[in-house]
Design a protein around this ligand. Structure first.
Ligand code: LLP
Length: 442
């Protein structure tokens, strides 16, 4: 059941009415349900019970401290891709021993920070990275725990911008070269080869690509073990899709999504592991947080163009980039429940940003909206706030977490002073410009 439901004609987050929340916190704002986060994590963890699995939440999906801490308290580790994410994970209480570091372009400084923190594993994606990491670890008299991320050349059949497992993608080590690179790793003084990792993309709608990729990764592991490598871990990445057009959210009038079930996903993992007695690492992001968040926005103006009806709202592409970048679909519902017999209207929901691409929803069947109405944009907990920018000098929207009938601002709205205050004037302009920037010295 969704954490965002109508109660007495008003959309609530858990038991907090969203009109009250908007009045107190302003719009646009992100609203997260801690019950939804907990339920998703516990369901996911329960599905892998008995498999010696470490669930490393991919915190690129939502890096708010309150979100990470909610999951960490339940036992989640973290999948990180930068020093910033390392710091976010540690600050939220994720033990270093449950952190895996992924990414094709880890810098020496980032790897050094992760080595010093004592993380569980580096997922290495190239020989250059392997050599660099070895040198850094050896200079500390250490051996870095490494999984080789292989590129299995499997088509994830997801959006082209988030597919990663084909040979033409920049990710991973060509599967055909895995044994050669493993030999190199075994000979390097600062490397402790611990496992194989694979991640073929995000928002996968089918199980078959997972099945293929897991089987290929497991086969590589078996071959390496037979050659004498002491592998202790298999990391099967993230990528499990969620139903963005799910029935519960849209009232059943939309085509059903083809999101795979958790049970089928676990079956694919089990089938690949078979005889392998290794620790399993999983890196789910979207699956854990997408449905736990909405973006709450207000209609500024309704506008009837010659060809289209527009709802111009106070959230824009700088807040939620996914529709503009991936033509992503996010369900939308008004906060005040429409009467059952209201005839819907075809509406484009757009932001105030000066680009035609600034869309939240195109040709959407929605109840009639009017100036000042509140709307909730669903499935915005993953890759929502984290992908925001301040384009058009629009401050970052606040993040709010709800628990039962309580809510707290877990990141305040960015102020205009903060927005402008990072800039500095070069000295040659300081004498001539008035205003707050002038006073800020290097
Ligand atoms: N592990 C690795 C190595 C990854 O690159 C990713 C996501 C994940 C795990 C988590 O994947 P998930 O379970 O969330 O699918 N901004 C895009 C999604 C980019 C995903 C990048 N990598 C979007 O809004 O759809």
């Amino acid at each position: 059941m969704s954490a965002f439901t109508y109660r007495g004609g008003i959309l609530h987050a858990e038991t907090v009415p969203l009109d009250r929340l908007a009045a107190e916190c302003g719009t646009p704002c992100w609203v997260y349900s801690s019950a939804a986060l907990e339920r998703r994590y516990l369901d996911f963890a329960a599905a892998f019970a008995g498999l010696n699995a470490t669930i490393c939440y991919a915190l690129k999906a939502n890096g708010n401290q309150a979100v990470i801490a909610t999951l960490a308290r339940l036992g989640a580790g973290a999948d990180i891709v930068s020093e910033g994410e390392l710091r976010r994970a540690l600050a939220a209480g994720v033990p270093a021993t449950k952190i895996v570091f992924a990414g094709v372009g880890k810098t020496a400084a980032e790897m050094a920070a992760a080595l010093d923190a004592g993380i569980l594993q580096f997922n290495v994606e190239s020989e250059s990275e392997l050599r660099q990491l070895s040198a850094l670890a050896a200079s500390r008299d250490r051996r870095a725990p490494v999984a080789l991320r292989i590129n299995p050349d499997v088509d994830a059949r997801t959006h082209a911008k988030i597919t990663t497992g084909k040979s033409e993608n920049k990710f991973g080590i060509d599967i055909a070269r895995a044994e050669e690179v493993a030999r190199l790793a075994a000979g390097l003084p600062g490397i402790d080869l611990k496992g194989i990792a694979v991640h073929i993309g995000s928002q996968l709608a089918e199980i078959d690509p997972f099945r293929d990729a897991f089987a290929r990764a497991a086969d590589v592991a078996r071959r390496l073990i037979a050659q004498g490598h002491r592998l202790a871990r298999l990391d099967f990445g993230g990528g499990l899709g969620v139903p963005y057009r799910g029935e519960a959210l849209t009232g059943g009038n939309n085509v059903a999504d083809a999101a795979p079930g958790l049970a089928d996903y676990v079956a694919a993992v089990r089938a690949a592991l078979r005889d392998l007695d290794v620790q399993l690492v999983l890196e789910p992001g979207r699956y854990l947080v997408a449905e736990a968040g909405i973006l709450l926005a207000r209609v500024i103006y309704m506008k009837d163009g010659r060809a289209k009806r527009f709802a111009i709202v106070d959230a824009a592409m700088n807040d939620l980039l996914r529709p503009a970048l991936y033509e992503a679909y996010h369900p939308i519902r008004p906060v005040i429940e429409p009467e059952p017999d209201t005839a819907p209207l075809l509406t484009d929901v757009v932001g105030p940003v000066c680009e035609t691409g600034d869309v939240i929803a195109v040709d959407r069947t929605l109840p009639p909206l009017k100036d000042g109405d509140l709307i909730a944009i669903f499935m915005a907990g993953a890759y929502g706030s984290v992908m925001s920018s301040t384009y058009n000098a629009r401050p970052l929207a606040p993040e709010i977490m709800v628990k039962d009938d309580r809510f707290e601002i877990v990141r305040p709205r960015q102020t205009y002073d903060q927005l402008i205050g990072l800039d500095r004037l070069p000295q040659w302009l300081e004498e001539t410009v008035a205003g707050p920037v002038r006073r800020v010295r290097r």
